[in-house]
Design a protein around this ligand. Structure first.
Ligand code: PLP
Length: 330
């Protein structure tokens, strides 16, 4: 008999799609002989966010949109500045856009905005700020972000990647749109893959001022959001209460895991996302292998640490049992 294994490595929602969203996708299957209509999702976002339609781009996941941003602004000798460790796709997206990655090490587990501002040169074509940061769950708060943006040249695009924004409860963490509104170089990137549970349908969006939005639009392929993804995203925007309920469950489980680990003497930074970061250093690979044998697959960042996605109570229990039986535990 093979034991059940839980995948806690990809920051997915542990629940299936929201019921109302699954129904909308079912209805949309009747129209898949037609080319998708991007206008409906754009209009729904325009309404929901209070931004002009010309500022909204929808794409095949937010990673693809980040790629399109870098493709649109990049060029020979171009550099893109981001924190490290951060979203593991950033270096790949940069190299695909023929840009050099400038990785600015985290300081005390969080973005070192001072060092990031100092890393900006006349070759910098874009800055990525992942808030909350994947894989550490740490955040950039309003005051420091404002100060940072004041230090960035006003013609240098700054993309605020808010893939986990729905999980944030810290009131000092800004909604990126509040910075975009009066700073033409600030863009906000969001996804339906994480809290909304639509990773398999690939839908994300970017909000940016026209000079960047137009450049990205000119670079993108047409029809990058398919009609099922579009229907799912539109329905998701209506499903606020259902989403909220699930987010609350995940946050409750996150704190339960974190408290259990802290009590056992582990170091676990506070997280504002649906995952926890354990800075295990040299013990990283051994711990990942131990958890996998115990039925919990977690994210490995050797030699820095591991990222554990919050799953169902059952999956989280499997992970906690693994942590408890790790021979090299604190
Ligand atoms: C998961 C993730 C994304 C990308 O998600 P898509 O599925 O491409 O929308 C973007 N940014 C961060 C930080 C992520 O963790």
């Amino acid at each position: 008999m093979t034991r059940e294994s839980f995948d806690l490595s990809r920051n997915e929602s542990p629940f299936g799609p929201l019921p109302s969203v699954a129904e909308a996708v079912g209805r949309a299957t009747r129209r898949i002989s037609r080319y998708p209509d991007a206008g409906t999702l754009t209009a729904a976002l325009t309404d929901r966010l209070g931004v002009p339609a010309a500022h909204v781009l929808v794409g095949c996941g937010s990673a693809a949109l980040a790629q399109d941003v870098l493709g649109a602004v990049g060029g020979p000798d171009g550099e893109v500045v981001f924190a490290w460790p951060s979203f593991e796709a950033y270096p790949h997206l940069a190299s695909r856009a023929a840009m050099k990655s400038i990785r600015v090490p985290l300081r005390d587990g969080a973005h070192d905005l001072t060092a990031m501002a100092e890393a900006i040169t006349d070759r910098t074509r874009a800055v990525l700020v992942c808030n909350p940061n994947n894989p550490t769950g740490t955040v950039v708060r309003r005051g420091p972000l404002a100060e940072f943006l004041d230090a960035v040249p006003s013609d240098c695009p700054v993309v605020l990647d808010e893939a986990y924004g729905e999980y944030v409860r810290d009131r000092e963490v800004p909604d990126g749109l509040s910075f975009y509104r009066d700073r033409p170089n600030v863009a906000v990137l969001r996804t339906f893959s994480k809290a909304y549970g639509l990773a398999g349908l690939r839908v994300g969006y970017l909000v940016a001022h026209p000079h960047l939005a137009d450049a990205v639009r000119g670079f993108m392929l047409p029809f990058t959001v398919n009609s099922l993804g579009s229907a799912a995203a539109v329905a998701s925007l209506e499903a606020t209460a259902e989403l909220e309920h699930r987010v609350t469950l995940v946050l409750g489980e996150r704190e339960r895991i974190r408290c259990a680990l802290l009590e056992l003497g582990w170091t676990v930074p506070a997280s504002e996302a649906n995952f926890l970061w354990l800075p295990l250093g040299e013990r990283t690979s051994a711990f990942v292998a131990h958890c996998a044998r115990a039925g919990a697959v977690i994210g490995a960042y050797p030699p820095l640490g591991v990222r554990v996605t919050v799953g169902t109570a059952e999956a989280n229990d499997a992970f906690l049992r693994a942590a408890l039986s790790f021979p090299d535990r604190p």
